[in-house]
Design a protein around this ligand. Structure first.
Ligand code: ZN
Length: 81
């Protein structure tokens, strides 16, 4: 699955599962810590998913989109605040 965000280079990763709490679709997010414009698009270095409806998140960021997808798709037994 390919995710695009305006201004960022598209990235590919596993499709995120629906929210474990409300069943809504996951929303993709990415950020670049150091804002360096190398060209027209930024290469993000932080990725995460959260719920588009209840905003539940995995509680951490991934260094890659794939890592973020794995964090989101991992269903924790116990949720940490
Ligand atoms: Zn939700």
């Amino acid at each position: 699955m390919i995710f695009e965000r305006k201004g960022f280079t598209p990235v590919e990763c596993d499709a995120p599962l629906p929210c474990p709490f409300c069943g809504a679709d996951a929303a993709f997010h990415c950020l670049k810590d150091d804002i360096v414009w190398s060209s027209a698009t930024l290469v993000a270095d932080r990725f995460w998913f959260d719920c588009s409806k209840c905003h539940a998140g995995a509680g951490c960021h991934g260094k890659t989109a794939q890592q973020a997808a794995e964090q989101w798709n991992r269903r924790p037994v116990r949720e940490e605040a």
